[in-house]
Write a protein of this length. Structure first.
Length: 260
């Protein structure tokens, strides 16, 4: 008996995580996907969380940053205790903010595998949720910065300063972007490559700015709706190519913009 208790304790650990999504399981339980500081993305089970008197239910909604005590049995993680660090309540109360938060969470979810630690990615996620919750930040810049930084951290950093085909330095003029090659293609090389996307000199300027700048510097950008839309189209097609499937949240985000 004592050995069993000690064994359970040895398999318990504390961690900090962000709730990505959940799925009802059985009569009263839920499967909760978390992105944690210590272990990356993990799938956990919250026993009895759907019961009326459950103490866990209010702490396990999407976008919440939580402190957890987890235990592991075979290949499953179970949530023993959970406390809220940051509820991010505004992100679940308005259609636009919910759409933004859902988008950044889906991107992270799609580009990560379970139990692969990435502390910088965790910090990017929590910082971005904080920025979305803060009225002082322009949300489109928050999203564009998040996209380009996430690509860096998951190993798909696009080449934006030299032509991906000839390696010559990009001149200050309109260029092309190759989603297959993962970078900018100069006009001379672009004549012989199929499936390129046009990228204006202004959009490329902002993409470069976001790639090499801190957020404090990036937020100073004056991003027009036209430029933001152009960058968004390029990024969405690049994500679709890398993931080999469409993301679910962009259509909801576009509908939310129309409704706002």
């Amino acid at each position: 008996m004592i050995n069993n208790i000690q064994d359970r304790r040895s398999r318990s650990f504390r961690c900090e995580g962000v709730v990505l999504r959940h799925l009802d399981w059985g009569e009263a339980d839920r499967i909760i996907w978390l992105f944690t500081l210590e272990k990356g993305k993990i799938r956990t089970i919250a026993k009895g969380v759907r019961k009326v008197r459950s103490r866990k239910s209010g702490h396990l909604e999407p976008f919440m940053v939580v402190s957890l005590l987890l235990s592991k049995s075979k290949d499953l993680f179970f949530i023993s205790q959970v406390d809220t660090i940051n509820a991010h309540t505004p992100l679940r109360e308005g259609l636009m903010l919910t759409s933004y938060a859902s988008y950044i969470v889906e991107l992270l979810d799609r580009f990560t595998i379970e139990e692969e630690e990435n502390r910088n990615l965790f910090l990017l996620l929590t910082d971005t949720l904080n920025r979305l919750s803060d009225d002082k930040y322009i949300k489109e810049i928050v999203l564009r910065y998040y996209e380009i930084r996430l690509l860096d951290l998951v190993g798909f950093r696009p080449q934006l300063f030299n032509c991906i085909s000839c390696n010559q330095q990009i001149e200050p003029q309109d260029q092309y972007f190759s989603i297959q090659l993962g970078g900018v293609v100069c006009p001379r090389c672009g004549r012989g490559i199929a499936g390129l996307l046009p990228v204006s000199v202004r959009s490329l300027k902002y993409l470069r700015h976001f790639q090499r700048s801190s957020f404090r510097e990036a937020i100073k950008a004056k991003l027009s709706d036209e430029i933001s839309q152009e960058i968004e189209i390029i990024m969405q097609q690049y994500f679709t190519y890398l993931l080999e499937r469409n993301l679910n949240t962009p259509p909801f985000l576009r509908n939310a913009r129309k409704a706002s």
